[in-house]
Design a protein around this ligand. Structure first.
Ligand code: CTP
Ligand code: MG
Length: 220
């Protein structure tokens, strides 16, 4: 069967601010989304699909020839739109669901996820939590045991039929910030592989400057 990638890039980048939605903001002279698409060019990935926001077709056409799928109001809905579009194709065995906001994907992470998918229907890259996690509010609250927690990144890899069924079964009213929680809710075992700091999500404006520095350091 085929292995495809689905990049979600239909967000509005509210926390990053700025005039241009963050997926189109250049990093080292190239839009973030273009970096994300390039990183998915891997010998094991047969095709890359993209979900964009309605109205951003012209911006997207400036960076790729891929025919985009239109997203929804939430990340979850954008992924769902992508999955339903791909459901019309036959022969898709595995899917990598990835955030455009994580544009620097080391190929070794793709290799780890593919290896993990040999024995699980889902696999995600994770990193340890290094900060103290506590309840916030007016005053500091209880602290969580961080040694029991992980930070879950994307791409998240799944057997296509399994994640499609999980999305269809998910309660649309519940907000899911990633696909692994939707998979788990449907009883899919999700394996963990080692993530990578280069995959940290670009959320705030200052993350872009830091990403540019990291990228420069990696390229020299
Ligand atoms: N995303 C999407 N469709 C949405 C919302 C988010 O495809 N309706 C995508 C974003 O484009 C991003 C990924 O999901 O690649 C992770 O979301 P996030 O980092 O939260 O991006 P935004 O939603 O754009 O940012 P913000 O939450 O600050 O508005
Ligand atoms: Mg968001």
């Amino acid at each position: 069967g085929r292995t495809v990638a689905l990049v979600v890039a239909a967000g509005s980048g509210t926390r990053a601010g700025g005039d241009v939605p963050k997926q189109y903001v250049p990093i080292a002279g190239r839009p973030m989304l273009a970096h994300a698409l390039a990183a998915l060019e891997h010998p094991a990935i047969d095709a890359v699909h993209v979900v964009i926001a309605p109205g951003q077709e012209a911006q997207f056409a400036g960076i790729s020839d891929i025919v985009p799928i239109l997203g929804g109001d939430t990340r979850q809905q954008s992924v769902r739109n992508g999955l339903e579009h791909l459901a019309a194709e036959s022969g898709i065995d595995r899917i990598f669901i990835h955030d455009a906001a994580r544009p620097f994907l080391p190929p070794v992470v793709i290799d780890r996820l593919l290896a993990a998918l040999e024995s699980a229907d889902g696999a995600v890259p994770v990193l340890p939590v290094v900060d103290t996690l506590a309840n916030g509010g007016d005053a500091l609250g209880d602290v969580a045991d961080r040694s029991a927690l992980v930070r879950v990144q994307t791409p998240q890899a799944f057997r296509f039929d399994a994640i499609l069924a999980a999305h269809r079964a998910w309660d649309g009213a519940a907000n899911a910030t990633d696909d692994a929680q939707i998979a788990r809710a449907a009883g899919i075992r999700v394996a963990l592989v080692e993530g990578d700091a280069m995959l940290d999500k670009l959320t705030y404006a200052q993350d872009f400057a830091r990403a540019e520095e990291r990228l420069g350091a990696r390229l020299v």
